[in-house]
Design a protein around this ligand. Structure first.
Ligand SMILES: CC(C)(COP(=O)(O)OP(=O)(O)OC[C@H]1O[C@@H](n2cnc3c(N)ncnc32)[C@H](O)[C@@H]1OP(=O)(O)O)[C@@H](O)C(=O)NCCC(=O)NCCS
Length: 197
């Protein structure tokens, strides 16, 4: 059993900080994240210390009241609005620098990202069959999740995609194209099955 699960009671979702143990756990999580100079974490955020947060050569900014669970990985150039959550084992990797944000990940307000999501804002180049793919470089493009979106479990969002405001992405989907606002989209590749409201 890890020190953190002893202190947090083994809960998977960072629950309200209503006792000293949880307050200490989230304080440690915020301190671990903000030891990097380009990470901004308001005090209202509940960051589990088991999350791996590193801006690499980019920057990570959380809005007020964000939640990041144990095991989530947030790397590179990533910006969150207010009141977002990232559940266990989701991976968000943005590329580029604040000056040249070629593959920035932008998350709006009130966004829910369930477990095992994968948002990687780059692809390996593979046009040359005579050269190993790993030696052909990367092409990055931004990923944008607008306000009030629910991304269910095990969703893969590819580089260059925008998920429109108010949308729901069903579990296990692979989103390769932009999804219009208020859509319910499912499948691999994700297709809009209906519009909310
Ligand atoms: C998308 C979802 C929210 C249901 O939305 P809905 O609008 O009520 O959709 P329905 O259940 O009416 O399904 C409509 C069609 O889409 C299909 N469908 C639903 N969810 C799907 C999914 N995740 N992947 C592929 N197809 C799916 C249904 O089989 C149905 O197909 P049919 O018309 O051929 O029978 C739900 O299926 C889902 O994926 N929930 C996420 C669960 C999860 O990950 N929870 C943890 C996160 S907190």
């Amino acid at each position: 059993m890890s020190l953190w699960s002893l202190l947090d009671g083994g809960i998977s979702h960072p629950s309200p900080a209503n006792n000293w143990r949880l307050r200490f756990v989230y304080w440690c999580g915020r301190r671990l994240a903000s030891r990097h100079k380009n990470v901004t974490v308001p005090k209202s955020c509940r960051i589990h210390p088991g999350a791996r947060i590193n801006p690499r050569n980019g920057a990570i900014r959380f809005g007020e009241n964000c939640i990041v669970a144990d095991g989530a990985i947030i790397q590179g150039l990533v910006e969150f609005g207010e009141n977002c959550s990232v559940q266990p084992y989701s991976i968000l990797t943005g590329y580029g620098t604040p000056e040249e944000p070629s593959g920035k990940i932008t998350i709006g307000n009130h966004v829910r990202i369930a477990s095992h999501g994968m948002f990687i804002a780059t692809n390996h180049n593979f046009d040359d069959p005579g050269k190993p793919i790993c030696k052909q470089g990367l092409s990055s493009a931004p990923i944008t999740i607008e306000d009030d979106v629910w991304i269910a479990g095990r969703v893969n969002i590819t580089a260059g995609v925008t998920i429109g405001q108010g949308s729901v992405i069903g579990g296990g989907s692979v989103v390769t194209k932009t999804i219009p606002p208020m859509s319910v989209a499912v499948g691999a590749p994700a297709r809009v099955i209906r519009t909310r409201g």
